[in-house]
Write a protein that binds this ligand. Structure first.
Ligand code: 13P
Length: 248
């Protein structure tokens, strides 16, 4: 069994001094008591280089929250996968629900960015998840299966990760039942296995959405849960580290 991955998504939070302080606190705690999992921190673009420097040699990886599909060119305001790699990132989150709803990214665009991440040698964490209306209509598995088909590119296993985050659980304090998380993770595993064969069976599947110290142990012990994608709680060193300590 590979180690679980606990990834922190800082979203649009973090200025240089407090961001470096938070990363430094995580670095020190990990050095004193190494967690039983892999750790990744995904700050905003502006802090990727700074945190990569802070985390050098710590074993804590640094990633980003999006990238452009092209390696370079006339794309004002965008950042490419090779630029992230150059800044010290080793992974990138792609197609998060907040990018699907705010700039309106669609499956094909997410798939293209995931291909770009692979070409640059970055790990890719591709987001999937249903809205509350979709779950209430009983369509959650169909929605997530369609997202997987549309946004996960060829050649994904190896350094690709899927993150399942129900939209209605993000930042709300609500989480699905244990049975619902296990059912969705089993479905995702089945879909990846059907598409990629044995290698699809090894793609880590993270759960995200209101993961906190009080629920981490239960969630991380569920079958097919390969780790967690943590939003709000990743901004508090103690909470992020408590979640990491709960890894199975
Ligand atoms: P919260 O942990 O704040 O619910 O955010 C989850 C998330 O969107 C991580 O990508």
């Amino acid at each position: 069994m590979p180690r679980q991955l606990i990834a922190g998504n800082w979203k649009m939070n973090g200025l240089t001094v407090p961001g470096a302080r938070l990363a430094g606190a995580i670095r020190e705690a990990v050095a004193a008591a190494p967690p039983p999992c892999d750790l990744l921190i995904c700050p905003p673009f502006t802090l990727v280089g700074t945190l990569a420097h802070v985390m050098l040699g710590s074993g804590v990886a640094v990633g980003a929250q999006d990238c452009h599909a092209k390696p370079a060119g006339a794309h004002t305001g965008d950042v490419s996968a090779p630029m992230l790699k150059d800044a010290g990132a080793t992974a990138v989150i792609l197609g998060h629900s907040e990018r699907r709803t705010e700039p309106g990214e669609r499956e094909a665009a997410v798939r293209a960015t995931a291909g770009a991440g692979r070409a640059a040698g970055l790990g890719r964490i591709v987001w999937v998840g249903e809205t509350l209306a979709e779950r209430e209509a009983g369509r959650q598995e169909a929605v997530v299966a369609a997202q997987l088909a549309g946004s996960v590119p060829e050649g994904f296993p190896g350094s690709g990760v899927v993150a399942y985050e129900p939209v209605w659980a993000i930042g709300t304090g609500r989480t699905p039942t244990e049975a619902d998380i296990a059912a969705m993770h089993a479905m995702i595993r089945r879909v990846l296995g059907e598409r990629f064969g044995a290698t699809g069976g090894r793609v880590p599947i993270l759960y995200g959405g209101s993961v906190k110290p009080s629920n981490a142990e239960t969630i991380l012990a569920l079958p097919e849960v390969g780790g967690a994608l943590v939003g709000g709680a990743s901004l508090v060193a103690e909470d992020f580290l408590a979640i990491a300590a709960a890894a199975a």
